[in-house]
Ligand binder design. Structure first.
Ligand code: PEP
Ligand code: MN
Length: 385
Protein backbone atom coordinates (compact mmCIF):
# COMPACT_ATOMS: atom_id res chain seq x y z
CA UNK A 1 0.00 0.00 0.00
CA UNK A 2 1.14 3.53 -0.64
CA UNK A 3 -0.06 7.08 -0.46
CA UNK A 4 -0.15 9.31 -3.52
CA UNK A 5 -1.70 12.65 -4.36
CA UNK A 6 -2.75 13.00 -0.72
CA UNK A 7 -5.56 10.41 -1.05
CA UNK A 8 -5.21 6.76 -0.21
CA UNK A 9 -4.15 4.50 -3.08
CA UNK A 10 -4.91 1.00 -1.82
CA UNK A 11 -3.64 -2.28 -3.25
CA UNK A 12 -0.85 -0.76 -5.31
CA UNK A 13 2.26 -2.88 -5.86
CA UNK A 14 5.52 -1.56 -4.50
CA UNK A 15 7.29 -0.64 -7.72
CA UNK A 16 10.99 -1.08 -6.91
CA UNK A 17 12.27 1.12 -9.76
CA UNK A 18 10.74 4.63 -9.81
CA UNK A 19 12.55 5.58 -13.02
CA UNK A 20 11.21 2.55 -14.87
CA UNK A 21 7.73 3.39 -13.56
CA UNK A 22 7.98 7.01 -14.75
CA UNK A 23 9.12 5.88 -18.18
CA UNK A 24 6.26 3.40 -18.49
CA UNK A 25 3.74 6.05 -17.48
CA UNK A 26 5.10 8.39 -20.12
CA UNK A 27 5.03 5.71 -22.80
CA UNK A 28 1.49 4.67 -21.94
CA UNK A 29 0.45 8.30 -22.01
CA UNK A 30 1.65 8.57 -25.61
CA UNK A 31 -0.02 5.39 -26.83
CA UNK A 32 -3.43 5.47 -28.52
CA UNK A 33 -6.59 4.80 -26.52
CA UNK A 34 -7.49 1.10 -26.36
CA UNK A 35 -11.24 1.62 -26.66
CA UNK A 36 -13.13 4.47 -28.29
CA UNK A 37 -15.69 6.86 -26.88
CA UNK A 38 -18.18 5.61 -29.45
CA UNK A 39 -17.80 2.02 -28.19
CA UNK A 40 -18.14 3.08 -24.56
CA UNK A 41 -21.26 5.08 -25.38
CA UNK A 42 -22.74 2.04 -27.16
CA UNK A 43 -22.36 0.14 -23.89
CA UNK A 44 -23.88 3.03 -21.94
CA UNK A 45 -26.94 2.88 -24.20
CA UNK A 46 -27.29 -0.85 -23.44
CA UNK A 47 -26.90 -0.26 -19.71
CA UNK A 48 -29.62 2.38 -19.82
CA UNK A 49 -31.87 -0.38 -21.12
CA UNK A 50 -30.75 -2.59 -18.20
CA UNK A 51 -31.53 0.21 -15.73
CA UNK A 52 -35.02 0.51 -17.20
CA UNK A 53 -35.67 -3.20 -16.86
CA UNK A 54 -35.59 -3.80 -20.63
CA UNK A 55 -32.42 -5.92 -20.59
CA UNK A 56 -30.56 -8.19 -18.20
CA UNK A 57 -26.81 -7.92 -17.56
CA UNK A 58 -24.25 -10.70 -17.59
CA UNK A 59 -20.74 -9.88 -16.42
CA UNK A 60 -18.25 -12.74 -16.52
CA UNK A 61 -14.90 -14.25 -17.30
CA UNK A 62 -11.62 -15.08 -15.61
CA UNK A 63 -10.63 -13.91 -12.18
CA UNK A 64 -7.24 -13.04 -13.69
CA UNK A 65 -6.83 -13.20 -17.44
CA UNK A 66 -3.35 -14.49 -18.30
CA UNK A 67 -1.39 -12.72 -21.04
CA UNK A 68 -1.31 -16.05 -22.91
CA UNK A 69 -5.08 -15.75 -23.44
CA UNK A 70 -4.96 -12.65 -25.65
CA UNK A 71 -5.04 -14.32 -29.07
CA UNK A 72 -7.99 -14.82 -31.40
CA UNK A 73 -8.63 -18.47 -30.49
CA UNK A 74 -8.87 -17.96 -26.74
CA UNK A 75 -10.89 -14.75 -26.99
CA UNK A 76 -13.29 -16.34 -29.49
CA UNK A 77 -13.80 -19.31 -27.18
CA UNK A 78 -14.55 -17.08 -24.19
CA UNK A 79 -16.86 -14.81 -26.17
CA UNK A 80 -18.67 -17.94 -27.37
CA UNK A 81 -19.21 -19.11 -23.79
CA UNK A 82 -20.52 -15.72 -22.67
CA UNK A 83 -22.85 -15.55 -25.67
CA UNK A 84 -24.18 -19.04 -24.92
CA UNK A 85 -24.80 -18.08 -21.30
CA UNK A 86 -26.61 -14.93 -22.41
CA UNK A 87 -28.80 -17.06 -24.70
CA UNK A 88 -29.70 -19.22 -21.69
CA UNK A 89 -30.49 -16.11 -19.69
CA UNK A 90 -32.71 -14.74 -22.42
CA UNK A 91 -34.52 -18.02 -22.97
CA UNK A 92 -35.05 -18.68 -19.26
CA UNK A 93 -36.21 -15.19 -18.36
CA UNK A 94 -38.21 -14.29 -21.42
CA UNK A 95 -36.38 -10.95 -21.46
CA UNK A 96 -35.69 -9.74 -25.00
CA UNK A 97 -32.10 -8.67 -24.36
CA UNK A 98 -29.04 -9.44 -22.30
CA UNK A 99 -26.12 -7.02 -22.17
CA UNK A 100 -22.83 -8.91 -21.93
CA UNK A 101 -19.61 -7.57 -20.43
CA UNK A 102 -16.57 -9.83 -20.30
CA UNK A 103 -13.86 -9.84 -17.68
CA UNK A 104 -11.63 -9.79 -20.71
CA UNK A 105 -9.08 -7.81 -22.75
CA UNK A 106 -7.27 -6.33 -19.75
CA UNK A 107 -8.28 -8.17 -16.56
CA UNK A 108 -4.60 -8.54 -15.73
CA UNK A 109 -4.23 -7.18 -12.19
CA UNK A 110 -5.49 -8.43 -8.83
CA UNK A 111 -6.03 -7.01 -5.37
CA UNK A 112 -4.74 -9.42 -2.70
CA UNK A 113 -5.53 -9.95 0.96
CA UNK A 114 -1.87 -10.60 1.83
CA UNK A 115 1.16 -8.64 0.60
CA UNK A 116 3.46 -11.67 0.82
CA UNK A 117 3.47 -15.40 0.54
CA UNK A 118 6.10 -18.11 1.00
CA UNK A 119 8.10 -19.94 -1.65
CA UNK A 120 8.55 -23.74 -1.40
CA UNK A 121 11.96 -23.22 0.22
CA UNK A 122 10.46 -21.03 2.92
CA UNK A 123 11.56 -17.57 1.74
CA UNK A 124 9.10 -14.74 1.90
CA UNK A 125 8.20 -13.20 -1.46
CA UNK A 126 5.75 -10.62 -2.78
CA UNK A 127 2.35 -12.12 -3.61
CA UNK A 128 1.34 -12.63 -7.26
CA UNK A 129 -0.73 -9.60 -8.34
CA UNK A 130 -1.57 -10.57 -11.91
CA UNK A 131 0.35 -10.64 -15.17
CA UNK A 132 0.32 -6.83 -15.39
CA UNK A 133 2.50 -6.69 -12.27
CA UNK A 134 4.60 -9.84 -11.76
CA UNK A 135 4.77 -13.56 -12.48
CA UNK A 136 3.01 -16.36 -10.61
CA UNK A 137 6.19 -18.48 -10.46
CA UNK A 138 7.20 -18.85 -6.81
CA UNK A 139 10.57 -17.16 -7.22
CA UNK A 140 11.40 -14.02 -5.30
CA UNK A 141 12.94 -12.21 -8.29
CA UNK A 142 10.01 -12.98 -10.60
CA UNK A 143 7.62 -11.72 -7.95
CA UNK A 144 9.14 -8.22 -7.93
CA UNK A 145 6.69 -5.73 -9.45
CA UNK A 146 7.92 -4.90 -12.95
CA UNK A 147 6.45 -1.66 -14.38
CA UNK A 148 7.31 -2.83 -17.90
CA UNK A 149 4.56 -5.43 -17.51
CA UNK A 150 1.96 -2.62 -17.65
CA UNK A 151 3.13 -1.95 -21.22
CA UNK A 152 2.75 -5.66 -21.89
CA UNK A 153 -0.73 -5.46 -20.41
CA UNK A 154 -1.55 -2.68 -22.86
CA UNK A 155 -0.28 -4.74 -25.82
CA UNK A 156 -2.14 -7.86 -24.76
CA UNK A 157 -5.31 -5.84 -24.20
CA UNK A 158 -5.00 -4.37 -27.70
CA UNK A 159 -4.60 -7.86 -29.16
CA UNK A 160 -7.58 -9.25 -27.25
CA UNK A 161 -9.69 -6.20 -28.17
CA UNK A 162 -9.03 -6.73 -31.85
CA UNK A 163 -10.27 -10.31 -31.45
CA UNK A 164 -13.29 -9.04 -29.51
CA UNK A 165 -14.10 -6.56 -32.28
CA UNK A 166 -13.94 -9.36 -34.85
CA UNK A 167 -16.68 -11.09 -32.89
CA UNK A 168 -18.84 -7.97 -33.28
CA UNK A 169 -18.85 -7.92 -37.05
CA UNK A 170 -22.29 -8.16 -38.58
CA UNK A 171 -24.00 -7.94 -35.18
CA UNK A 172 -26.17 -5.13 -33.81
CA UNK A 173 -24.52 -3.03 -31.08
CA UNK A 174 -26.66 -4.55 -28.36
CA UNK A 175 -25.28 -8.02 -29.18
CA UNK A 176 -21.65 -7.10 -28.63
CA UNK A 177 -19.58 -8.56 -25.82
CA UNK A 178 -17.88 -5.56 -24.21
CA UNK A 179 -14.56 -5.46 -22.31
CA UNK A 180 -14.03 -4.76 -18.62
CA UNK A 181 -11.51 -5.09 -15.83
CA UNK A 182 -11.01 -3.91 -12.27
CA UNK A 183 -9.69 -0.34 -12.31
CA UNK A 184 -6.87 -1.22 -9.97
CA UNK A 185 -3.45 -0.09 -11.18
CA UNK A 186 -3.62 3.66 -10.90
CA UNK A 187 -0.49 4.51 -12.94
CA UNK A 188 -1.91 2.47 -15.82
CA UNK A 189 -5.45 3.83 -15.61
CA UNK A 190 -4.34 7.42 -15.20
CA UNK A 191 -2.02 7.18 -18.22
CA UNK A 192 -4.97 6.02 -20.35
CA UNK A 193 -7.36 8.66 -19.01
CA UNK A 194 -8.30 10.77 -22.05
CA UNK A 195 -10.60 13.66 -22.88
CA UNK A 196 -13.43 12.85 -25.28
CA UNK A 197 -16.37 14.75 -26.78
CA UNK A 198 -18.81 14.17 -23.95
CA UNK A 199 -16.37 14.00 -21.06
CA UNK A 200 -13.21 12.22 -19.97
CA UNK A 201 -12.84 8.46 -20.20
CA UNK A 202 -10.85 5.54 -18.94
CA UNK A 203 -9.80 4.29 -22.37
CA UNK A 204 -8.39 0.99 -21.09
CA UNK A 205 -11.82 -0.72 -21.20
CA UNK A 206 -15.49 -0.04 -21.90
CA UNK A 207 -16.52 -0.79 -18.33
CA UNK A 208 -14.41 -0.70 -15.19
CA UNK A 209 -15.15 -1.65 -11.62
CA UNK A 210 -13.86 -0.77 -8.20
CA UNK A 211 -13.13 -3.79 -6.02
CA UNK A 212 -14.25 -4.54 -2.49
CA UNK A 213 -10.78 -3.69 -1.18
CA UNK A 214 -10.41 -0.33 -2.91
CA UNK A 215 -13.83 1.26 -2.56
CA UNK A 216 -13.14 3.56 0.39
CA UNK A 217 -15.03 6.76 -0.23
CA UNK A 218 -12.10 9.14 -0.22
CA UNK A 219 -9.67 6.71 -1.82
CA UNK A 220 -7.95 7.22 -5.17
CA UNK A 221 -9.91 4.50 -6.95
CA UNK A 222 -13.18 6.22 -6.12
CA UNK A 223 -11.83 9.60 -7.19
CA UNK A 224 -10.60 8.17 -10.47
CA UNK A 225 -13.87 6.38 -11.17
CA UNK A 226 -15.90 9.47 -10.35
CA UNK A 227 -13.83 11.42 -12.89
CA UNK A 228 -14.61 9.22 -15.91
CA UNK A 229 -17.66 9.03 -18.11
CA UNK A 230 -17.53 5.24 -18.59
CA UNK A 231 -20.15 3.09 -16.94
CA UNK A 232 -18.71 1.95 -13.60
CA UNK A 233 -19.27 -0.95 -11.24
CA UNK A 234 -18.55 -1.26 -7.53
CA UNK A 235 -18.18 -4.51 -5.60
CA UNK A 236 -19.98 -4.51 -2.25
CA UNK A 237 -19.06 -6.90 0.53
CA UNK A 238 -21.09 -7.37 3.72
CA UNK A 239 -19.13 -4.67 5.58
CA UNK A 240 -20.64 -1.72 3.71
CA UNK A 241 -23.18 0.32 5.66
CA UNK A 242 -26.31 1.91 4.19
CA UNK A 243 -25.00 5.42 4.93
CA UNK A 244 -21.66 4.69 3.33
CA UNK A 245 -23.39 3.25 0.27
CA UNK A 246 -25.59 6.30 -0.15
CA UNK A 247 -22.48 8.52 -0.14
CA UNK A 248 -20.88 6.17 -2.62
CA UNK A 249 -23.75 6.24 -5.11
CA UNK A 250 -23.99 10.01 -4.80
CA UNK A 251 -20.28 10.36 -5.43
CA UNK A 252 -20.24 8.06 -8.46
CA UNK A 253 -23.53 9.12 -9.99
CA UNK A 254 -24.14 12.74 -9.01
CA UNK A 255 -25.96 13.44 -12.28
CA UNK A 256 -28.26 10.50 -11.62
CA UNK A 257 -27.75 8.92 -15.02
CA UNK A 258 -29.49 5.63 -15.71
CA UNK A 259 -26.96 2.87 -16.43
CA UNK A 260 -23.97 4.83 -15.16
CA UNK A 261 -23.53 2.82 -11.97
CA UNK A 262 -23.76 -0.92 -11.36
CA UNK A 263 -23.70 -2.22 -7.78
CA UNK A 264 -22.26 -5.72 -7.58
CA UNK A 265 -23.39 -7.45 -4.39
CA UNK A 266 -20.90 -10.09 -3.15
CA UNK A 267 -22.04 -10.69 0.37
CA UNK A 268 -21.69 -14.46 0.74
CA UNK A 269 -24.57 -16.85 1.23
CA UNK A 270 -24.47 -16.49 5.01
CA UNK A 271 -24.65 -12.70 5.06
CA UNK A 272 -26.72 -11.60 2.13
CA UNK A 273 -30.16 -11.81 3.73
CA UNK A 274 -28.89 -9.97 6.81
CA UNK A 275 -27.14 -7.13 5.04
CA UNK A 276 -28.60 -6.54 1.60
CA UNK A 277 -32.21 -5.50 2.44
CA UNK A 278 -31.14 -2.29 4.23
CA UNK A 279 -28.68 -1.45 1.46
CA UNK A 280 -31.29 -1.85 -1.26
CA UNK A 281 -33.75 0.29 0.67
CA UNK A 282 -31.19 3.02 1.35
CA UNK A 283 -30.18 3.28 -2.29
CA UNK A 284 -33.78 3.29 -3.46
CA UNK A 285 -34.63 6.07 -1.02
CA UNK A 286 -31.63 8.10 -2.18
CA UNK A 287 -33.22 8.34 -5.61
CA UNK A 288 -29.91 7.63 -7.35
CA UNK A 289 -30.53 5.17 -10.18
CA UNK A 290 -28.35 2.05 -10.06
CA UNK A 291 -28.26 -1.39 -11.61
CA UNK A 292 -28.07 -4.19 -9.01
CA UNK A 293 -26.35 -7.42 -9.97
CA UNK A 294 -25.14 -10.36 -7.90
CA UNK A 295 -21.61 -11.74 -7.74
CA UNK A 296 -22.33 -14.99 -5.91
CA UNK A 297 -18.68 -16.08 -6.12
CA UNK A 298 -16.46 -13.84 -4.01
CA UNK A 299 -18.30 -14.15 -0.72
CA UNK A 300 -18.29 -17.96 -0.91
CA UNK A 301 -14.63 -18.88 -1.32
CA UNK A 302 -13.13 -21.45 1.06
CA UNK A 303 -10.18 -23.85 1.22
CA UNK A 304 -10.80 -27.52 0.52
CA UNK A 305 -9.28 -29.95 3.01
CA UNK A 306 -6.51 -30.50 0.45
CA UNK A 307 -5.80 -26.76 0.40
CA UNK A 308 -7.33 -25.59 -2.90
CA UNK A 309 -9.27 -22.35 -2.99
CA UNK A 310 -12.75 -23.38 -4.09
CA UNK A 311 -16.47 -22.50 -4.13
CA UNK A 312 -19.48 -24.79 -4.22
CA UNK A 313 -22.23 -24.51 -6.82
CA UNK A 314 -25.03 -24.88 -4.21
CA UNK A 315 -23.64 -21.91 -2.21
CA UNK A 316 -23.39 -19.88 -5.41
CA UNK A 317 -26.94 -20.74 -6.47
CA UNK A 318 -28.30 -20.06 -3.02
CA UNK A 319 -26.71 -16.63 -2.82
CA UNK A 320 -28.10 -15.78 -6.26
CA UNK A 321 -31.56 -17.00 -5.08
CA UNK A 322 -31.37 -14.84 -1.99
CA UNK A 323 -30.33 -11.90 -4.11
CA UNK A 324 -33.44 -12.18 -6.28
CA UNK A 325 -35.65 -12.55 -3.21
CA UNK A 326 -34.16 -9.56 -1.39
CA UNK A 327 -34.29 -7.29 -4.41
CA UNK A 328 -37.88 -8.23 -5.23
CA UNK A 329 -38.91 -7.69 -1.60
CA UNK A 330 -37.32 -4.25 -1.81
CA UNK A 331 -39.26 -3.43 -4.95
CA UNK A 332 -36.13 -3.39 -7.09
CA UNK A 333 -35.29 -5.26 -10.27
CA UNK A 334 -32.52 -7.90 -9.93
CA UNK A 335 -30.62 -7.16 -13.14
CA UNK A 336 -28.16 -10.00 -13.53
CA UNK A 337 -25.02 -11.81 -12.52
CA UNK A 338 -21.27 -11.32 -12.28
CA UNK A 339 -19.48 -14.68 -12.53
CA UNK A 340 -16.00 -16.12 -12.75
CA UNK A 341 -16.26 -18.64 -15.57
CA UNK A 342 -14.06 -20.43 -18.08
CA UNK A 343 -14.82 -22.37 -21.26
CA UNK A 344 -12.17 -24.92 -20.19
CA UNK A 345 -12.93 -28.22 -18.41
CA UNK A 346 -11.27 -27.25 -15.14
CA UNK A 347 -11.86 -28.55 -11.61
CA UNK A 348 -11.86 -25.37 -9.53
CA UNK A 349 -15.41 -24.89 -8.22
CA UNK A 350 -17.19 -28.00 -6.90
CA UNK A 351 -20.70 -29.43 -7.38
CA UNK A 352 -20.88 -30.08 -3.64
CA UNK A 353 -18.56 -29.25 -0.79
CA UNK A 354 -16.26 -32.03 0.37
CA UNK A 355 -14.68 -32.68 -3.03
CA UNK A 356 -11.08 -33.73 -2.44
CA UNK A 357 -9.66 -33.95 -5.92
CA UNK A 358 -8.84 -31.05 -8.21
CA UNK A 359 -6.97 -32.67 -11.10
CA UNK A 360 -7.41 -29.76 -13.53
CA UNK A 361 -7.02 -26.75 -11.26
CA UNK A 362 -5.67 -24.09 -13.61
CA UNK A 363 -6.58 -20.71 -12.17
CA UNK A 364 -3.66 -18.69 -10.85
CA UNK A 365 -6.15 -16.78 -8.73
CA UNK A 366 -9.80 -17.52 -7.85
CA UNK A 367 -11.71 -20.73 -8.75
CA UNK A 368 -13.91 -20.44 -11.85
CA UNK A 369 -17.11 -22.22 -12.88
CA UNK A 370 -16.58 -24.76 -15.67
CA UNK A 371 -19.04 -24.57 -18.61
CA UNK A 372 -21.62 -26.94 -17.09
CA UNK A 373 -21.47 -25.27 -13.68
CA UNK A 374 -21.80 -21.83 -15.27
CA UNK A 375 -24.86 -22.94 -17.22
CA UNK A 376 -26.40 -24.44 -14.07
CA UNK A 377 -25.91 -21.18 -12.13
CA UNK A 378 -27.34 -19.04 -14.92
CA UNK A 379 -30.32 -21.36 -15.35
CA UNK A 380 -31.12 -21.41 -11.65
CA UNK A 381 -30.90 -17.62 -11.48
CA UNK A 382 -33.11 -17.03 -14.51
CA UNK A 383 -35.74 -19.53 -13.38
CA UNK A 384 -36.21 -17.36 -10.31
CA UNK A 385 -36.69 -14.14 -12.18
C1 PEP B 1 -12.61 -10.13 -8.28
O1 PEP B 1 -13.62 -9.75 -8.87
O2 PEP B 1 -11.81 -10.96 -8.77
C2 PEP B 1 -12.36 -9.63 -6.93
C3 PEP B 1 -11.15 -9.61 -6.40
O3 PEP B 1 -13.49 -9.23 -6.33
P1 PEP B 1 -13.75 -8.47 -4.94
O4 PEP B 1 -13.17 -7.11 -5.12
O5 PEP B 1 -15.25 -8.48 -4.90
O6 PEP B 1 -13.12 -9.27 -3.86
MN1 MN C 1 -11.76 -13.18 -8.31
Amino acid sequence: MGVTRSTLAEQQPQWPDPHALAKVKEELGNLPELVTEEEIEALSVNLRAVARGESLLLHGGDCMEPFTDSGLDRVTLKVGQLSDLSTLMRAGSGMPRVTVIGRIAGQHAKPRSQEYDWSPDGTRMPVYRGDAVNRPTPDRRLREADAGRMLESYRHSALALSALRQSWSGKPKHDRVFASHELLLLPYERALFRKGERGSYATSAHFGWVGERTRSLDGSHMDFSASVHNPIGVKLGYGVTPAELVSLVEKLNPERLEGRLTLISRMGVRNIELVLPDLVRAVRESGVPVIWICDPMHGNTYRSTSGEKTRSVPDIQEEADSFVRVLRAGGVQPAGLSLEVTPDQVTECVWSSGQERFPRYQSACDPRLDPQQAAAVVEAFTENL
